[in-house]
Design a protein around this ligand. Structure first.
Ligand code: C2E
Ligand code: MG
Ligand code: MG
Length: 719
């Protein structure tokens, strides 16, 4: 009898692995790792179709047979090194099919121990992740473009950056160039990766041969022929054999230029190439538009001059790079314990001053410049991210605590303060938002326990327990109709009149007490309960409107929040309009707010849904605008009628740089013919700044807090 707890012997293991692999839908190869060249000894059908090689061609050869013209040599050497270490790993590598088509291969390598602890075979699992890698590259490129625009706002430099990056990171060995259409309608070659501009100019004299193809807005020419001897001479030596060109249009369908890709091998254009160009061209169009319209936009990536802290995007970008480069380190959320008392006693200005002085002291600590980045996180706290291993981290924290040994000079007094620090480690498989959230939880814990420093601990995380409780109670909340709604007025800033309301979900759970939407919405999204919540709020709103309509009382439009998760679900539009129709509410009285999020990146789908709603008479707004930075270029393509600028922007609007950013957004929205609503107006100063800026609408505690339906009734009756 075979003992199931015993590892298989070498002879048993091979047929066993082959058998399992046959049933896999994704590519699997078995490697003999005892041999020095690590040959494939078996591959399943999916592996064969992924690589395009026949089984005979693969067996006996190793992973290097998937190498191609631009597989980085270091990458290949590293891969062989990893194989020889005989330990499990995961890695993304640029590989090639037999016909030379490149693809990003996500490899998972798993050696299999056999009886006696020896390892002969390993499984290599392969997955084509080209599309994800190209999307990632594009969003990174977009960030870089914004940063470049911020630096000098020069179009040529920005387009040059795009051409170079595309050449460098694209999956094929290509040359990239960008032409723009000048005012006299002539084409001008403005940027080129590594081909000299004179060569690009010569290429403009191309005869488009009969083999040119027109595919989905991309022109593809697979034989470059030139009739003019002079130009032919210039181009000779570059071995260019085909070319793709994609026109770049503005929103108004005006031709702005072309992006062209020149290729050495004669390679047919594939879907992934077309998709890539389709996504690249709006980035170029947007850069052109921005440079033309507003130099101010360059301030979108900025330093906050009043506190000397970099802006959040800068911080985020840098930190993302650290994590990508696999640096160890921690996020410290630092809060001066006496902040509130100082603000109460001497005013907000001195609160800022205190934060500033602490940061200056921390910055003066030796040898930190390279290893530290920081950002203002809220009025009363700032984040320091630091590249340090655990041991050195403790020293660093001690150093930070030392900065309070001497008093701070605040409002002409010497004041001693204490710090509270919440700490989390940043890790590759944890998002930055999550790491920051963890530091925040740790900071809360340190208040709770009245300790100076507090590390986030996964295992003892009360929050996780709370999430579970909430998840559990959500089920009953829906069943027992525990959700209620509050309405917050939206104000016309020029006249002070009420233009509408926003409906906000409220939950008073008999078990958990009041739970804030910012807490339960995210959990409901994760657990797919959000659709039901959105719908139950919508019903309450419709009921409110309908009973007022029936009584002949005044109504104003009410906006409901729809989670992106819900928004994309199959039945959303149908469920939504059937309900509104059931209550007989005219579409102009119900608006939809969707939070700007990565999910809005499914551009085609979002466009489809929004256009359908618009056709039916429903207006939609994009909520929390400005937080999802990379989607600026996408936004202009979506038929939103309104932008709601996120509260964090309004919060800091008295700062000159932030002022410029909001001003730009207001103007940008106007250009796109969208309404702008400023969220979270809390002070008269913010109100007056926004009014002067020409921002038409606003919401916030300064005017009204969210109120019960009865209060909203009374308010409506007075206008
Ligand atoms: P949101 O849609 O951006 O709503 C604005 C939030 O800011 C509300 O928080 C509101 O109470 C708060 N607020 C308004 N004015 C001020 C102000 O002057 N100062 C400050 N500090 N806050 C202000 P709330 O009610 O906690 O909701 C949080 C988020 O939860 C909402 O953000 C929205 O994204 C989501 N949410 C609320 N109800 C629903 C719902 O029915 N469905 C979905 N999917 N999401 C909802
Ligand atoms: Mg909203
Ligand atoms: Mg919002």
């Amino acid at each position: 009898m075979h003992n199931t707890n015993m590892p298989l012997t070498k002879d048993e293991i091979f047929p066993f692995l082959c058998h399992i692999s046959e049933h896999f839908q994704s590519g699997i190869a078995i490697i003999n790792i005892k041999k020095t060249d690590f040959p494939f000894v078996y591959c399943n059908e999916a592996f064969i179709s992924l690589t395009g090689f026949s089984r005979d061609e693969l067996i006996g050869n190793g992973i290097s047979s998937l190498r191609g013209s631009i597989t980085n040599e270091e990458m290949d050497a590293e891969l062989l090194h990893l194989l020889s270490s005989k330990a499990p790993f995961e890695k993304n590598v640029l590989h090639y099919q037999k016909d030379g088509t490149a693809f990003w291969n996500h490899l998972t390598f798993q050696p299999i121990k056999e009886r006696g602890g020896i390892t002969t075979y390993a499984l290599l699992h392969c997955k084509d992740i080209t599309e994800q890698m190209l999307s990632k590259m594009l969003s990174k490129l977009e960030h870089e473009v914004y940063i470049e625009l911020e630096k000098d706002g020069d179009l040529k430099n920005t387009l040059q950056l795009i051409a170079e990056k595309v050449e460098r990171y694209y999956i094929r060995d290509i040359y990239c160039a960008i032409h723009i259409v000048k005012e006299n309608r002539q084409l001008q070659a403005i940027a080129s990766g590594s081909l000299p501009l004179r060569v690009i100019k010569a290429l403009n004299h191309l005869e488009i041969s009969l083999t040119a193809n027109y595919n989905d807005n991309v022109i593809y020419i697979n034989e470059l022929t030139l009739t003019n001897h002079h130009y032919n001479k210039i181009i000779q030596g570059y071995n260019l054999s085909s070319c793709w060109s994609k026109p770049i249009y503005s929103n108004e369908k005006k031709l702005l230029g072309y992006i062209s890709i020149y290729i050495k091998e004669n390679h047919p254009l594939k879907n992934v190439d077309i998709e890539f160009l389709k996504k690249l061209s709006p980035i170029i169009a947007l850069s052109m538009k921005y440079v033309e319209q507003k130099q101010e936009l360059k301030r979108l990536a900025f330093f906050d001059k009043s506190t000397g802290l970099p802006n959040y995007y800068n911080f985020y970008n840098q930190l993302e790079k650290w994590v990508e480069d696999k640096n160890n380190g921690a996020i410290l959320l630092v809060h001066p314990g006496e902040y509130s008392s100082i603000v109460d006693l001497y005013g907000r200005k001195f609160g800022d001053e205190l934060i500033h002085q602490i940061v200056v002291r921390i910055l003066s600590l030796a040898n930190l410049k390279e290893k530290m980045i920081y950002v203002r996180f809220s009025n009363s706290s700032f984040i320091v991210a630091v590249k340090k291993s655990n041991k050195k981290l403790n020293n660093f924290i001690n150093q930070i605590l030392q900065v309070t040994t001497f008093p701070f000079r605040i409002a002409d007094r010497d004041i001693f303060i204490t710090l509270k620090i919440g700490i989390s480690h940043f890790e590759e498989n944890v998002t930055l938002d999550e790491s920051i959230r963890r530091a925040d939880i740790a900071l809360t814990n340190s208040h709770f326990k009245n300790s100076t420093i507090s590390f986030f601990k996964k295992e003892t995380d009360e929050i996780i327990q709370r999430e579970l409780n909430i998840l559990n109670q959500l089920h009953f909340a829906l069943q027992n109709e525990e959700f209620t709604v509050q309405l917050q007025p939206k104000i016309a800033l020029s006249t002070g009149t009420i233009e509408g309301f926003e409906a906000l979900a409220r939950w008073n759970s008999p078990v958990l007490g009041n739970v804030s939407p910012s807490e339960f919405i995210a959990i409901a999204e994760k657990s797919r309960k959000i659709n039901e919540i959105d719908i139950s709020i919508l019903k309450l709103v419709l009921n409110f409107l309908s009973s007022r309509l029936k009584n002949g009382q005044k109504i104003v439009p009410i906006a409901v929040n729809i989670s992106p998760v819900h928004f994309y679900s199959e039945s959303f539009v149908l469920d939504f309009i059937s309900l509104v129709e059931e209550y007989e509410i005219p579409p102009e009285f119900i608006k939809i707010e969707i939070t700007e999020s990565a999910q809005l990146m499914d551009l085609d789908k979002a466009k489809e849904i929004l256009s359908e709603l618009k056709m039916l008479g429903y207006e939609s707004s994009i909520d929390d605008f400005g937080v999802g930075f990379s989607s600026l270029s996408y936004l202009q393509q979506l038929p939103f009628s309104e932008i709601k600028i996120d509260r964090s922007f309004i919060n800091n609007i008295s700062n000159a740089e932030m002022h410029a950013v909001v001003q730009t957004i207001v103007q940008l929205a106007e250009n796109l013919r969208m309404q702008v609503v400023a969220e979270g107006i809390e002070t008269a100063e913010q109100f007056s700044i926004l009014q002067k800026m020409g921002c038409k609408s606003g919401q916030g505690y300064y005017f009204f807090k969210p109120m019960s339906l009865e209060q909203a009734e009374n308010l409506l009756d007075t206008i």
